[in-house]
Design a protein around this ligand. Structure first.
Ligand SMILES: [Zn+2]
Ligand SMILES: [Zn+2]
Length: 176
């Protein structure tokens, strides 16, 4: 704890701090993009490029900077034009708003963590493994059903031999 590990520093340093062609950047391991983390591969260098970013992120950053400058310069004209368009296209505005609202739940459905073990889950409170464990502990009927399934599986494996390998085991086996 608190020890400065100079040996491992290059791999743990933020992407932006890593050298462009350090000695550790051999064997196809170029520096990582500070924005997306992808390895930076450049064909030619240009003074306009931000060397901490990959080609795609650099282009994106310069494009958005350009539009920002353009907007600041022509703000009044752009806003007046938008207001005029909105007045002439009220029905389209409604459709656009509906489309945006339809997208919202999906954007809000970001990955969540299992409340028992922290594994990322999509919708459920618990990951599959913790859900099974939870049901085992709280639901007698579920427990009996799973145990019966497991017993059937074990019986069948005994009869058929090791041809049924562990990949086919019902999930409850691990919880026994
Ligand atoms: Zn990038
Ligand atoms: Zn879990």
């Amino acid at each position: 704890m608190g020890m400065i590990q100079t040996e491992s520093a290059p791999t743990t340093a933020p992407a932006a701090m890593r050298g462009v062609t350090g000695p550790e950047a051999g064997a196809g391991q170029g520096p990582a993009c500070a924005e997306c983390g992808q390895q930076i591969v450049r064909r030619r260098r240009s003074a306009r490029q931000n060397s901490a970013l990959c080609l795609a992120c650099d282009q994106k950053a310069r494009r958005s900077a350009y539009f920002q400058r353009y907007y600041e310069t022509h703000k009044d004209r752009i806003l007046a034009k938008n207001r005029r368009w909105a007045k002439d296209n009220k029905h389209k505005l409604v459709l656009l708003r509906q489309a945006r609202q339809a997208r919202l739940p999906r954007e809000a459905g970001q990955p969540r963590a299992c409340i028992d073990c922290g594994t990322l889950v999509v919708r459920a409170q618990r990951c599959r493994r913790c859900y099974i464990r939870f049901r085992y502990a709280t639901d007698q009927e579920y427990r009996a059903r799973r145990l019966a399934t497991t017993r059937r599986w074990l019986d069948r494996r005994q009869r058929l031999g090791p041809r049924l390998d562990t990949a086919a085991a019902p999930a409850g086996v691990a919880a026994n």
